[in-house]
Design a protein around this ligand. Structure first.
Ligand code: PGA
Length: 255
């Protein structure tokens, strides 16, 4: 049985004091038993300014929560003002990183061509990337969802990769931050397509092991239904991860 992964993406939110208070509240929620049964794996992706402190804060609290960065540059170092490298992320104790989040692709216009380099840089530095893919509403309405997912998967993941260290997150752009989540049927269909692409690229056994997360307007009220779909192995949660209690309620729906 694969352990589900429940990951929180904080985007550009929280001060360090608020982040530490979140850790305390997660600890209290877990101690209060709101998270009974076999646990999912938990991860959180805070802003880069607080990665180092968050690694220490979860450790001090005795919590098993992986900390990751929200983005990474593909070069190891150099004149790239404002960027951080995979080795730097690893150096402060992180174990994970998001690559290709839809806001990076659509708000900051990161091209498909960078994605494979970013995933490779993350793996080379010892990080586990979550590679995000997803279609816009227009692309879905034009019937191009599969073509878009396939192009994003093939630009980000290559057959030479250790796919067991990469998770894929299906995040339809129209569902992110909109309050409109994909239906269980839409998630099942897209995740099935991603699993079959992974099977063609990496072989069936590795594809079966790969984690495919759903993201886009996940809340405590819809997490259980989404997670119960075949091929949905976890969740990438934005807004609802900011409150410790709702993050833990979402994690509890995986057990
Ligand atoms: P949301 O964001 O849960 O706020 O829709 C998801 C994400 O961007 O990963």
């Amino acid at each position: 049985m694969k352990k589900p992964l429940i990951a929180g993406n904080w985007k550009m939110h929280k001060t360090l004091a608020e982040a530490k208070a979140w850790v305390d509240r997660v600890k209290a929620s877990l101690a209060a038993g709101k998270h009974a049964g076999p646990s999912p794996s938990l991860a959180v992706f805070p802003p880069a300014t607080m990665l180092y402190a968050m690694v220490g804060a979860v450790k001090d609290a005795g919590l098993n929560i992986a900390i990751g960065a929200q983005n990474v540059h593909y070069e190891p170092s150099g004149a790239y003002t404002g960027e951080i490298s995979a080795a730097m992320i690893r150096d402060v104790g992180c174990s994970m990183v998001l690559v290709g989040h839809s806001e990076r692709r659509h708000v900051f216009h990161e091209p498909d061509g960078w994605m494979g380099r970013k995933v490779t840089a993350a793996l080379d530095a010892g990080l586990s990337p979550i590679y995000c893919v997803g279609e816009t509403l227009g692309q879905r309405e034009e019937g191009r969802t599969h073509a878009v997912l396939e192009a994003q998967l093939s630009s980000g993941l290559s057959a030479r990769m250790e796919v067991d260290r990469v998770a894929v997150a299906y995040e339809p752009v129209w569902a992110i931050g909109t309050g409109v989540n994909a239906t269980a049927e839409q998630a099942r269909e897209a995740h099935g397509f991603i699993r079959s692409w992974l099977g063609r690229t990496f072989g069936k056994a590795k594809a079966a092991e790969a984690l495919i997360l759903y993201g886009g307007s996940v809340k405590p009220g819809n997490a259980g239904e989404l997670l119960s779909q075949p091929d949905v192995d976890g969740l990438l949660v934005g807004g609802a991860s900011l409150e410790a209690e709702s993050f833990i309620a979402i994690a509890a729906s995986s057990v």
